[in-house]
Design a protein around this ligand. Structure first.
Ligand code: NAD
Length: 503
């Protein structure tokens, strides 16, 4: 599509300047509750994208030598600016993405926590030292930045996920090129502006926009040393293979199918409240949404209560107060979710709550689908095999906890899982036997806080290290090991050969 002057344009951030793209390819950013076009985002030209990488490469020469306290203080200032602008950030996010305002603030807040953690970089980027590994010889490690790093982010957390990436990359001394989702880049750009205001120097953070071409340029560019990706399994696998092939360090956090197990001894009211929030909140567009429930034994009789609770959720535009379930991000997403619901019916699952075509007064054009529940779901059905990424819950039945664990371990994904019970012994058994990287015990969405790391596993992740916390310090640095010996003036010389002295 070509550019029209009436609608605002999203800028590129190159070398500290907000730049209007000279591209001829633009995409509308659409409010999912109203279909209003909010802005247009460019698909940057190759020249512009190369300029962003070149500016990051140039900035690295000085940024890598910036004292750790200086880096830390920028993030102290940044966290303050994010707090001061929280309402504005949430409003932008809700307008372009659709989630409710409280959810949007949560999106920003979970990213803010990573910024706070980045401000403590002085305690995180620490090497090790062993004294006298041989006579007069010490060995120590330096955690040195890699150079230009890049991030590719999905539409569903346009504040949190960019903030998983560039603050820790920059705090560890790297420079960064970010490629936000082309569906909702506006809040990400506002966060980038605030980062500049906080003192991130020109060229240290750059933002390019686009789709597959931009992603492929990041994978291939010889000056980019590491790539952090969050998004679907299909694209993440492509990015992992292509960028690894080009010699880069790569981490990819990808799709999911998160199961919750309900034992009959669980606290019923608390559990049902938690389940409805985790399955239908953010319209199910969370990589950690609970999209499959396994009711064990007598807990199978809870289904009518769950349906009743789901029916009480209020479907409305995200900016309206009291909304529980906002629209899904696009008409295409709505079509995909609706067709998966149809497939569920045709493949024999029982549609016990049909959320299709809800009437939302005042927002008749919005991409709404209400809470939807299937019962009697079997592992071979499409609604179980595919990530629906909408407010659709698949309910399955099992006789025992072990049967439920077996079902989860047979599913390829390993992002998150949760058990609801009052039994410590059952919880411990679950924690030991379940093959999923993030486990909740009576906690439906167990996303770790930033002093830990996001540890999705199996098909939900490629690469060893998670996107924030301690693991990401390793991801964004190269460990250099130095073995050092100094001579006293009057020391009788000998070969500098540690192996001789090891005895
Ligand atoms: P997506 O994979 O479509 O897009 C992610 C990024 O890849 C975007 O920046 C997009 O521009 C780019 N992209 C899209 N198609 C491409 C292609 N053909 N070639 C190269 N690049 C391409 O994901 P999405 O729909 O924006 O986000 C939803 C997905 O992200 C879900 O699968 C969800 O589970 C996953 N997700 C995972 C996590 C996690 O931590 N595991 C967190 C959030 C979202």
């Amino acid at each position: 599509m070509t550019q029209s002057s009436a609608i605002p344009t999203v800028k590129l951030l190159i070398g500290g300047e907000l730049v209007e793209s000279s591209t001829s390819e633009w995409r509308d950013i659409v409010n999912p509750a109203t279909q209003e076009v909010l802005a247009r985002v460019p698909f940057a030209t190759q020249t512009e994208m190369n300029a962003a990488v070149a500016s990051a490469k140039e900035a690295f020469k000085t940024w890598r030598k910036t004292p750790i306290g200086t880096r830390s203080r920028i993030f102290l200032k940044y966290q303050q600016l994010i707090r001061e602008n929280m309402k504005e950030l949430a409003a932008i996010l809700t307008a372009e993405q659709g989630k409710t305002l409280p959810d949007a603030e949560g999106d920003v807040f979970r990213g803010l926590e990573v910024v706070e953690h980045a401000a403590g970089i002085g305690n995180l980027q620490l090497g090790e030292l062993a004294n006298n590994v041989a006579t007069g010889v010490d060995t120590y490690t330096l955690l040195q930045p890699l150079g230009v790093c890049a991030g590719i982010t999905p539409f569903n957390f346009p504040a949190m996920i960019p903030l998983w990436m560039f603050p820790m990359a920059i705090a560890t001394g790297n420079t960064f090129v970010l490629k936000p989702s082309e569906q909702d880049p506006m809040v990400t750009m506002r966060l980038a502006e605030l980062a500049m205001e906080a003192g991130v120097p020109p060229g240290v953070l750059n933002v390019i926009h686009g789709g597959a071409d931009a992603v492929n340029l990041i994978c291939d560019h010889p000056d980019i040393k590491a790539v952090s990706f969050v998004g679907s399994t299909k694209v993440g696998t492509h990015v992992y293979n292509r960028a690894s092939q080009a010699g880069k360090r790569v981490q990819c956090m990808m799709g999911a199918k998160n199961h919750g197990i309900i034992l009959p001894d669980a606290h019923k009211e608390q559990t049902l409240n938690n389940l409805t929030g985790a399955a239908f909140g953010a319209a199910g567009q969370r990589c950690m949404a609970l999209s499959v429930l396994i009711l064990v034994g007598e807990a199978q009789s809870w289904l009518p209560d769950l349906i009743a609770k789901a029916k009480t959720l209020k479907i409305n535009a995200g900016a309206e107060s009291g909304t529980d379930v906002g629209p899904v991000v696009s008409c295409a997403a709505l079509d995909r979710i609706s067709s998966l619901i149809e497939r569920g019916v045709s493949e024999g699952a029982e549609l016990v709550l049909d959320g299709r075509n809800p009437q939302v007064a005042g927002f008749e054009n919005g991409n709404f689908v209400g809470p939807t529940i299937f019962s009697g779901v079997k592992p071979e059905m499409s609604i179980y095999r595919e990530e629906i990424f909408g407010p659709v819950l698949c309910v399955m039945q099992a006789d025992t906890l072990d049967e439920a664990i077996e079902l989860i371990n047979a599913n390829p994904n390993g992002n998150g899982t949760a058990l609801f019970t009052r039994s410590g012994a059952a919880a411990r058994h679950f924690q030991e036997e379940i093959d999923v990287g993030q486990v909740g015990i009576n906690v439906p969405i167990p996303v770790p806080v930033p002093m830990f790391s996001f540890t999705g596993s199996r098909a939900s992740k490629l690469g060893d290290l998670g996107p924030y916390g301690k693991q990401v310090v390793q991801f964004y640095t190269q460990t250099k090991t130095v073995t050092q010996r100094w001579f006293d003036e009057n020391e009788v010389g000998g070969p500098v050969n540690t192996t001789i002295n090891l005895k």
